[in-house]
Design a protein around this ligand. Structure first.
Ligand SMILES: *Cc1c(COP(=O)(O)O)cnc(C)c1O
Length: 394
């Protein structure tokens, strides 16, 4: 299935989609699939969203790319809109991907301590099950042995602790500690959500020791949990937050958002990007924000996800031999499986419901945020059918 392509992805299903509208993808044979994968949490407005199409048609007539050597008004506008949602922050750097947003965050942390004369403070505390991207630095930050094998000495300065273990963090903080990096809801690691009180304790620890708290919201941000940022429910804020995936609604855009204090060491010339923040990407981000920040949109996510979770709780109760546990927050849903997750994924695909796997034997359901109750009903029926078939051994 890979042909001339580097075989780093399994494309064994051979599935290929030709068109999409709303939350439906259509394959080459005209078969419709309900898309609860959304390009792995990217297509938050689904496909061919009318407002997105209109804004991108306008944008495509103007220069797509202008160097960051010039003023790009779309960057200022998108940055201001993001900062309005992140009152703790003062600066934004735009990137083309999540990993690049994290790279900027990692440099920002180190430069902050460097600027304070604390060059020894270069270590970030991270957590098992983390995923921060596939560059060399973000692979090291994620710490997964499988992804680090054979690519040489990993970048130093990451210390991985058990997920959720605030006591371990308190014990690990030392002279070299620069900050704490976590996903408020882990994605790839198995849709594990941090409780509010743990985040509050980490915030207090960071404040007490002069550490920076960095949230990787590449997957859980942009309304996915029902709040604009996935951390909002906790009542605390980070010093730096990384966004990407949903931000461009399918166009590659990432952002590293930081407080003035955190970004104090990011002087002229210390970072950059050729493509990051180009006008076309800024239009995509701006169009997505038009919709996500509209009155009632996040309430829709909250209501729809509550309805979905209620239905999934029933499915778990009726199919305990297939679904063991319901995880996540909002429309970031994880089903921990009692059978191999690949079996459930295949059975759901047979029901024409697209989803994604995660670690810890979890199936992820990440529908576009524009999903309606009717789609949820269809998905629940597909899940019920898939589970029944698996129970029947067929
Ligand atoms: C997907 C993801 C990344 C990496 O984003 P890319 O755009 O693939 O570089 C980083 N962190 C989290 C939490 C993610 O889900």
């Amino acid at each position: 299935m890979n042909g001339p392509l580097l075989p780093v992805y399994p494309r064994a299903s051979g599935l290929s989609f030709r068109s999409g509208k709303g939350v439906i993808l259509t394959d080459g044979n005209g078969r419709d699939f309900l898309d609860f994968a959304a390009g792995i949490a990217v297509n938050i407005l689904g496909y061919a969203h009318p407002h997105m199409l209109e804004r991108m048609r306008e944008a495509i007539e103007r220069p797509w790319h202008l160097s960051n050597l010039y003023v790009i008004p779309g960057q200022t506008r998108l940055a201001e809109r993001l900062l309005e949602r992140a009152p703790f922050a003062e600066t934004v750097f735009f990137t083309n991907s999540g990993a690049e947003a994290l790279e900027c965050a990692l440099k920002t942390v180190r430069r902050h301590h460097f600027a304070q004369g604390n060059t020894q403070r270069s270590e970030l505390i991270t957590f098992e099950g983390a995923f921060h991207g596939r560059t060399l630095a973000t692979t090291a930050a994620g710490g997964r042995a499988k992804y680090l094998e054979g690519i040489g000495e990993p970048l130093s300065g990451f210390r991985s602790l058990p997920f959720g273990d605030v006591e371990a963090v308190a014990a690990a903080v030392g002279e070299k500690t620069a900050g704490v990096l976590l996903e408020p809801v882990q994605g790839e690691g198995g849709v594990r959500a941090w409780p509010a009180e743990s985040l509050a304790r980490l915030r207090a620890l960071c404040d007490a020791h002069g550490l920076l708290l960095v949230f990787d919201e590449v997957q859980c941000g942009m309304g996915r949990t029902g709040d604009f940022f996935g951390y909002e429910f906790s009542g605390i804020h980070p010093d730096i937050v990384a966004l990407a995936k949903g931000l461009g609604g399918g166009f590659p855009v990432g952002a590293c958002i930081a407080s003035g204090r955190a970004s104090s060491g990011m002087d002229f010339g210390i970072h950059g990007s050729t493509f990051g923040g180009n006008p076309l990407a800024m239009s995509a981000g701006d169009a997505v924000l038009d919709v996500v920040l509209e009155d009632g949109f996040l309430e829709h996510v909250k209501e729809t996800s509550a309805y979905f979770r209620q239905g999934l709780e029933k499915q778990r109760a009726s199919h305990p031999g297939i679904i063991e546990e319901l995880r996540g927050r909002g429309l970031m849903v994880g089903l921990r499986c009692a059978v191999a997750k690949e079996k459930l994924i295949a059975a759901l695909l047979e029901q024409r419901l697209l989803c994604v796997g995660a670690d810890d034997n979890v199936v992820r359901l990440l529908p576009p945020l524009v999903v309606e109750r009717g789609h949820i009903d269809t998905a629940l029926e597909a899940i019920d059918n898939a589970c029944s078939k698996l129970e029947g051994g067929s």
